[in-house]
Design a protein around this ligand. Structure first.
Ligand code: ADP
Ligand code: MG
Length: 212
């Protein structure tokens, strides 16, 4: 199957809904190792994104994703605003002028998003950040597609790997971002940004599953 503009719009709507629904959970995770604002940050950002969606719904996928990125950068105060903002801006760059994406195009957009997060935040795998949910998810998605799975099946595997990556952050010591101030005391707690990235992956899967 191919990913169309309508899927992208519904992915953004689902993401906004799931982040709003789970904002207290995300904030609780951030209360343990950060400053208790991750849920509120993302809810504020994606509410602003929702308000701007009607103005871009007829545009190409790249323009839509760039609008999401620019809105997150300008409305989310925390580190996650510039990181997720950069991710959507980068994904928007590689999908400029496109009204449809193949599974491989989707992988390329996700990889660009991850590169943007790494360029901006300088974190590597294992530092207890959103990268620990995103990178394994993309790897599993790519492997599944290469093995011949269709997009829905491949995305299910990607989301499962992203969930495992999120859980694994509990046994990591934070060395980037606010949680790094805690050092070893960050052990035993899941990273809020990994958890929010996992929620976004679930939103994407839900949209692709429901359009089969
Ligand atoms: P802040 O830390 O400024 O309060 P948020 O609470 O919204 O911002 O977001 C915190 C999340 O941002 C962390 O859980 C982590 O996943 C992510 N994060 C922080 N710094 C980095 C970084 N350098 N690279 C990747 N992700 C990071
Ligand atoms: Mg915070």
């Amino acid at each position: 199957m191919r990913v169309a503009v309508t899927h992208v719009i519904r992915f953004i709507e689902e993401t906004a809904a799931i982040l709003q629904d789970q904002r207290h959970y995300l904030t609780e995770l951030d209360a343990a190792i950060g400053d208790a604002d991750h849920g509120a940050n993302l809810d504020r950002g994606f509410s602003a994104v929702l308000a701007r969606l009607p103005g871009v719904a007829e545009m190409d996928i790249g323009s839509i994703l760039k609008t999401v990125g620019a809105t997150l950068v300008s409305t989310v105060g925390g580190a996650s605003g510039s990181l997720y903002g950069t991710a959507f801006l980068r994904a928007g760059s590689v999908t400029a002028d496109r009204f449809e994406l193949s599974p491989e195009d989707l992988v390329a957009a996700l990889e660009s998003a991850l590169e943007g997060i790494q360029a901006r935040g300088k974190a590597q795998l294992g530092e207890k950040t959103m990268i620990d949910a995103i990178a394994p998810g993309i790897d599993a998605l790519k492997q599944a597609l290469a093995a011949g799975d269709d997009l829905v099946v491949a995305l299910r595997k990607g989301v499962a790997a992203s969930g495992e990556g999120t859980q694994a952050t509990a046994s990591m010591i934070a060395t980037k971002g606010r949680a790094s101030y805690l050092g070893e005391r960050s052990l035993g707690h899941q990273d809020p940004g990994a958890a929010s990235a996992f929620l976004m992956a679930q939103a994407l899967l839900k949209v692709i599953e429901s359009s089969e």
